[in-house]
Design a binder for this molecule. Structure first.
Ligand code: GDP
Ligand code: MG
Length: 439
């Protein structure tokens, strides 16, 4: 981190109000983070403007520091920018729901088609795929193979036929077979060109689709805004699917879609497996975009600040040797929160990426600890020594919480270990030995 940047946020910490002047540097920081995340420049500009206006306009909330408040405004605006909530797919009221997939070549349309068919099949929908990429025989084979893989029929009519005609025939077939959802794959080009757009328009006219989903590669970056705009203006989209989010792109494209088209991202692809399709969560994406702005990650800054604050409070507790099970619970919960936050933002400072499995594990062990702490009497929570001294008490807690005595002993030992570790951390060395558990 550059020292200038650090001091910008530090300076903010002491401020009484957010002003145009004192947020100028942090906002530059954010701007840079967004540009690094490949968000299109006009989108960044509008965003920074919106956040600045809002930051200056809002009074400080008591108990929330100005820098944290700014981070929150940024995060909330980012989430809003991407549509706020999860946007569900729309289904036709009667007759088959028709989903038309569009997008440039290689972005993952054909893959998404099959993934989506599987996704909807799991929801109990009877699906059918239509192979509309008539330019490469291999493209049809690809869809047929994927269709087999996910157990969904594929309507294919070869390459000697216009996509619009395939669409018409496919749709007729689907109606005959009482299919719930028809997904049409189309041909892409390397760049937007008139031929592709005309063809898509024609297919759209024939299908009258419920959803026209633009498939966008997460690596698209800066050009995303122009791309989405063109597709939306030319053929009219109802939403987008962001693919290849498993790569190391920052996903900046995600920020442009809603902003320039007014249409939400509905789904994301995060891998080559057929199962790798999920709803798009704006809050998680906001974190990713921010979290990936490596050096400039101001979320990291906020977390640092949070940890500092926790540490100060802890220090006081430790100095008075009063770190008890209530604090333990608070601390562990805070760590768990950070864990689930890290899923959102893809990072914890200094810890690198936390895998979902690790988070689940942490959440599980927190539940176990919570149930034991809940079984403690108030005086036991405040004076863990009581538990260290009495096997009877530990036994009671084990029974009440449905855990083993060994688990309770472990928890008690853990608390004292934490006391010691924190004392060492603070450089307060006296009284650093572990009390033995008496039987
Ligand atoms: P299309 O030309 O738009 O139909 O793109 P394809 O569906 O043929 O996909 C192009 C390549 O991207 C293929 O190698 C896919 O396996 C790959 N791909 C598609 N979606 C994803 C994804 O979400 N993650 C990763 N890693 N690869 C993907
Ligand atoms: Mg394809």
């Amino acid at each position: 981190l550059t020292s200038g940047l650090e001091s910008a946020w530090n300076k903010l910490k002491g401020e009484e109000v957010l002003t145009k002047e004192n947020i100028a540097e942090p906002m530059r920081d954010i701007r840079r983070a967004l540009l690094e995340a490949d968000v299109s420049l006009p989108v960044v500009r509008r965003f920074v403007q919106t956040v600045s206006d809002q930051a200056v306009g809002t009074g400080l909330i008591r108990g929330v520091r100005p820098d944290q408040q700014l981070v929150k405004i940024v995060n909330d605006e980012l989430v809003k920018l991407m549509g706020g909530e999860v946007s569900e797919l729309v289904f036709a009221k009667s007759g088959p729901t028709v989903i038309l997939l569009a997008g440039l070549q290689g972005v993952g349309k054909t893959t998404v088609g099959a993934k989506l068919a599987l996704y909807l099949k799991k929801q109990g929908k009877n699906c059918m795929l239509i192979a509309g990429d008539v330019y490469r025989p291999a493209a049809i084979d690809q869809l047929v193979i994927l269709g087999e893989q996910v157990g969904v029929p594929v309507y294919a009519a070869g390459t000697e036929i216009k996509p619009a005609d395939i669409a018409r025939q496919g749709l007729e077939e689907a109606k005959k077979k009482n299919v719930d959802v028809v997904i049409m794959d189309t041909a892409g080009r390397l760049q937007i060109d008139k031929g592709m757009m005309d063809e898509l328009k024609e297919v759209k006219r024939v299908l009258n689709p419920t959803e026209v989903l633009l498939v966008v590669d997460a690596m698209t970056g800066q050009e995303a805004a122009a791309l989405v705009t063109t597709f939306n203006v030319e053929i009219g989209i109802t939403g987008a699917i962001l693919t290849k989010l498993d790569g190391d792109s920052r996903g900046g494209a995600a920020l442009s879609v809603k902003e320039v088209s007014g249409k939400p991202i509905k789904l994301v692809g995060r891998g080559e497996r057929m199962e790798d399709l999920e709803p798009f969560y704006p809050d998680r994406m906001a974190g990713r975009v921010l979290g990936m702005g490596d050096v400039l990650s101001f979320v990291e800054k906020a977390q640092e600040v949070m940890r500092q604050e926790d540490a100060e409070e802890l220090q006081k507790k430790i100095m008075s040797a009063k770190f008890d099970f209530n604090d333990f619970l608070k601390q562990t919960r805070a760590v768990a929160r950070m864990g689930s936050m890290s899923r959102v933002i893809g990072m914890i400072p200094g810890m690198g990426k936390v895998t979902p499995a690790q988070i689940r594990e942490a959440e599980k062990s927190l539940k176990v600890m919570e149930s034991m702490i809940e079984a403690m009497a108030p005086e036991e929570r405040e004076k863990p020594e009581l538990l260290a001294e009495s096997a009877t008490r530990r036994k009671r807690i084990a029974q009440e919480s449905g855990k083993t005595e060994q688990q309770v002993s472990q928890l008690v030992a853990q608390l004292f270990q934490m006391r010691v570790r924190m004392k060492n951390l603070m450089g307060v060395m006296e009284g650093g030995s572990l009390p033995a558990l008496n039987n």
